[in-house]
Design a protein around this ligand. Structure first.
Ligand code: HXC
Length: 263
């Protein structure tokens, strides 16, 4: 039986697909300790589950997430943070998930909400999506990765503008700047439907090669070109030890659809 959560909803809308819906509507899905804890638990649970090939994270029509819960940060002290006694403690855990995660964003993805979306592997957005890093208004700077991930994604000048002015930017800008994969069609639930469809496609592939692909693409953000190419080459070699490679290539030759066993 799957775990019961209070600040998120979980479901399996299609074979191979897990859906996590952030669900604190009154606080605009502000990322509280409890919500982050549940999100991290659910992601780990789905990462371990052999029936799941890809995960979609979404919010509501109005909001993906309006950042971390400011009410939990207001009176926190530097010493507490250094000692890890604050809600950001487990934040890096979210990047340790091996399966692909798609963010389906409608409405506000602000502060930690935007950073959470950027920690996912693919971002799809509805035309209503609004992104932003308004921490400067709070007398701080982004703390969940935006100074690095946003800059890598959209370039220094735009990242500086967004982080120093705190202004929101639209789904259209996010698409034009390369932050997101694409803006999907208008209408309630369309972005989640499209993300689930994409996750279903990914889940139908061999999971070992999918995870290797995720690892190598992410390495492009951390390693030098030479190191990244070496990692890619080694993982490419390694995939020839899998049954999925034998099946995938045999299926091509025999002009049939591959049946991957993830072995
Ligand atoms: C706690 C929040 C919240 C947040 C909204 N609420 N954002 N509570 N933390 N981040 C609450 C409001 O207090 C209010 O509660 C209710 O949600 C509705 O919000 P409104 O402001 O009335 O809604 P609206 O006018 O539609 O404006 C939406 C908004 C605005 C533009 C998204 O709420 C906003 O700017 N929120 C703060 C965004 C922000 O600064 N995020 C960065 C946080 S710092 P009540 O009880 O009054 O109804 C951060 C650092 C990350 O994320 C570090 C990671 C490790």
């Amino acid at each position: 039986m799957s775990t019961q959560y209070t600040n998120i909803l979980t479901s399996r809308p299609e074979p191979g697909v897990a859906l996590i819906t952030l669900n604190r509507p009154k606080a605009l899905n502000a990322l509280s300790s409890l919500l982050l804890n549940e999100l991290s638990q659910a992601l780990k649970e789905f990462d371990r589950d052999p029936q799941v090939g890809a995960i979609v994270v979404t919010g509501s029509e109005k909001v993906f997430a309006a950042g971390v819960d400011i009410k939990e940060l207001t009176n926190i002290q530097y010493a507490d943070m250094i000692k890890g006694h604050w809600l950001g403690k487990d934040w890096p855990d979210l990047t340790r998930i091996q399966k692909p995660i798609i963010a389906a964003v409608s409405g506000f993805a602000i502060g930690g909400g935007c950073e959470l979306a950027m920690m996912c592997d693919i971002i799809l957005a509805s035309p209503t999506a609004k992104f932003g890093q308004p921490e400067i208004e709070l007398g701080v700077i982004p703390g969940g990765g935006a100074t690095q991930r946003l800059t890598h994604a959209i370039g220094k000048s735009r990242a500086m503008e967004i982080i120093l002015t705190g202004r929101h930017f639209s789904a259209e800008e996010a698409e034009k700047w390369g932050l997101i994969s694409r803006v999907v069609g208008d209408g309630e639930g369309v972005v989640v439907k499209d993300a689930v469809e994409m996750a279903k496609t990914i889940a139908s592939k061999g999971q070992i090669s999918v995870q290797a692909a995720k690892e190598t693409v992410n390495a492009a953000y951390e390693l030098s070109l030479a190191e990244g190419l070496r990692l890619e080459r080694r993982l490419f070699h390694g995939l020839f030890a899998t049954q999925d490679q034998k099946e995938g290539m045999a299926a091509f030759t025999e002009k049939r659809k591959a049946v991957f066993t993830h072995l």
